[in-house]
Design a binder for this molecule. Structure first.
Ligand SMILES: NC(=O)c1ccc[n+]([C@@H]2O[C@H](COP(=O)([O-])OP(=O)(O)OC[C@H]3O[C@@H](n4cnc5c(N)ncnc54)[C@H](O)[C@@H]3O)[C@@H](O)[C@H]2O)c1
Ligand SMILES: O=C(O)C[C@H](O)C(=O)O
Length: 311
């Protein structure tokens, strides 16, 4: 199985490294616009193979998309990350143009691929990918909720001092500081809802930490995060290549689900060899529905910025 990752920066290279280390694909091709950069990252990763013991072949290419031919999955991580104090939405001007070029180039060589979009602003870039490729909606997946849910589980585990593996939690909505919706009502510790033993105030605090999880790391690092994002993308790639049928919150193109049409937003998805195989509709209460609707409105507003690029 072959995965191409366009953008060999922090997230792209981390994703390649995790895929190789976990043996998720037999071949990974990294592509970048900067001369020699993808080749260098690939060589560095390959020099782990002898000691880490993996068989995946990772190679790099400067803008030569013929090397990506016949990929099963194409991951799009090209584009600028935010700096401290910025929102993801502010990246649209630069990133929409980059996403358009790289997707057009990758699609020429991999007409059957499933595209996993990572570049921010995520939900809007996923919509751009759908419009640019004209692919069926199951083959465009926005990676946001997998990462946000992983952060939610981390903050729950920290706050309530529970092992992360015993904690479940899902984040839906937009992949934005104010549009994310950590579903505290559905969060559980070993099957027991946190709401049965934790105060509403504590859960609200965890939800707030989760929503600004990316901004917090951007402030600490001076650029946005990459380890958890790279691992989350690899998790999605694994679900596709190995037909896992796992439920993962992803940005998906809704066609009536959750009462929404023609918009990418984070919802629980079943991922398998066909990409998004179905969307799971949770029974949201009025407060959750109100948050979801506000998230939809915010994404619609950001999507207006695409008209300059896509018409
Ligand atoms: N969806 C998420 O959860 C999530 C998580 C983390 C980062 N991101 C986003 O992913 C993107 C990448 O983040 P990063 O930290 O890896 O940034 P980075 O700057 O480390 O890497 C981006 C790479 O893209 C390359 N690039 C730019 N234009 C290109 C083009 N036309 N063709 C090929 N390569 C090109 C750059 O040379 C660079 O190497 C950002 O937009 C960031 O906001 C999203
Ligand atoms: O925070 C960012 O800008 C990058 C990414 O979306 C993240 O959540 O880590």
């Amino acid at each position: 199985m072959k995965v191409s990752i366009i953008g060999a920066g922090n997230v792209g290279a981390t994703c390649a490294e995790v895929i190789a280390n976990r043996g998720i694909a037999s071949e990974v091709v990294l592509v970048d616009i900067v001369e020699g950069y993808a080749e260098g990252k690939a060589m560095d990763i390959m020099q782990c193979a002898a000691t880490s013991g993996f068989d995946t072949v990772v190679s790099g290419s400067t803008n030569d998309y013929s090397k990506t031919a016949n990929s099963n999955v194409v991951v799009v991580t090209s584009g600028i990350p935010r700096k401290p104090g910025m929102t993801r939405e502010e990246l649209i001007g630069t990133n929409a143009a980059i996403v358009k070029t790289v997707i057009e180039s990758a699609l020429k060589f991999s007409k059957d691929a499933i595209f996993v979009i990572v570049t921010n602003p995520l939900d809007t870039m996923a919509l751009a990918a759908l419009k640019i490729t004209g692919l069926p909606k199951n083959r465009i997946i926005g990676m946001g909720g997998a990462l946000d849910s992983s952060r939610f589980r981390y903050f729950l585990s920290q706050k309530f001092q529970k092992p992360m593996a015993d904690v479940e939690g899902l984040v839906i909505g937009g992949h934005g500081d104010t549009t994310m919706i950590p579903l505290t009502r559905f969060a559980t510790y070993k099957g027991v809802p946190f709401s049965e033993f934790a105060s509403e105030q504590d859960l609200e605090e965890v939800a707030k930490q989760t929503m600004v999880g990316g901004a917090t790391l951007t402030k600490l690092l001076g650029t946005s995060a990459w380890y958890a994002p790279g691992a989350s993308v690899s998790y999605i790639v694994d679900c596709i290549l190995n037909d896992r049928k796992k439920m993962v919150p992803c940005s998906a193109f809704l066609q009536g689900e959750y009462g929404v049409k023609d918009l990418f937003i984070g919802v629980p998805c079943i991922l398998g060899k066909n990409g998004i195989e179905s969307i799971v509709e949770f029974n949201l209460n009025d407060a959750e529905k109100a948050k979801f609707n506000a998230s939809v409105e915010a994404i619609l507003e950001t999507n207006k910025g695409l008209t300059n690029f896509l018409g």
